[in-house]
Design a protein around this ligand. Sequence first.
Ligand SMILES: Cc1ncc(COP(=O)(O)O)c(C=O)c1O
Length: 377
Amino acid sequence: MDLLPFTRPDIDEETIAAVAAVLRSGWLTTGPKCKELESALSCRLAGRPVRLVNSATAALEFALRIAGIGSGDEVITTSLSWVATANVILTVDALPVFVDVDPRTRLIDLAKVELAITSQTRAIIPVDLAGFPVDRDGLYSLAARHGLRVIEDAAQSLGTTWRGRELGSFGDLVAFSFHPNKNMTTGEGGCLVMNTEQEARQFEKYRLQGVTRCNDGTYDCDILGGKANLTDISAAIGLGQLKRLDHFNRRRRELARLYFDQLAGLPLELPPADFEQSNWHMFQVLLPADLAARRGEIIQRMRDSGIALGVHYPAIHQTSLYKRLDPLRSPLPHTEEIAARILTLPLFPAMQESDIQTVASTLSEVLNATYAKGPKT
Ligand SMILES: Cc1ncc(COP(=O)(O)O)c(C=O)c1O
């Protein structure tokens, strides 16, 4: 039996041919294809400077460095995210300060952000979990009131809009991911959208050893940079994907609507029904509280029936590293509750309507069977 994955990239023949052309061209590393993809992204995002790297993790780290964040600084973020969101704060020697999420949107609660601001706070990293946008009006007015930088972890939200404006086309520093499970991919990769060409030049140094090339063939190295440049092979994939991004996102929305129809009678908490703004990066449901402890069993039963589910995410502050760093931290009740009950259902553009029906009916059977088995022993 073929397993229905929870996500799968969709690469067309034209893109495969474009990758082959790069492979034949003799130029594999950062070159004309990267420039072309940076321009195409910038064009889409109101002409703002965009630079590519080999991951959104690198984009977020360099964004923090560009914002001058380092030792002794506090950065407020959510714990309901991929661990990279907080790891980058530690990487630059700053302190992640987690605040709870809103239980309905599952996104960072801006009222709680305001309460967590101290004299050490320098920035906020909001995360558009599953592609749902954090309230950009509230976010940027709060940041302006307190003089904070915003580094948007928009890893999951390329194509999402806020009040009619695409994320990345406005705001402070905005990072997108092109990991294969994202709405568009470069194999691995990411980018940062910035405010000025000066920030973009700094970013270029951070991504490649701190080096600035001179016209006479020499170079200077004036800061410590990393090695995070993207290849032209990856950029060729990205160019093919970017052309299809709007189509992918429309298809995800259609499939998400179908899930709402098909899951209506089940004892699950559904995500916000946002068919205007979200790019529907993931379709995530919450299990009934009395089944939370049996999530592993439910995932296994679904897998035995040919359907893969995901858990996005365990709360970052409950992982061993973060517990060790801050053993006395106060609980984040909504984050912990959601992290314990959340499940990601399959959602990707090549899915058929019948796949959605199969996921819903199988999930219904699995929930019934799990209840029928009685309490966990
Ligand atoms: C919310 C979030 N932040 C950051 C990242 C890191 O992206 P990358 O894998 O491109 O480094 C991801 C990717 O999974 C993500 O989902």
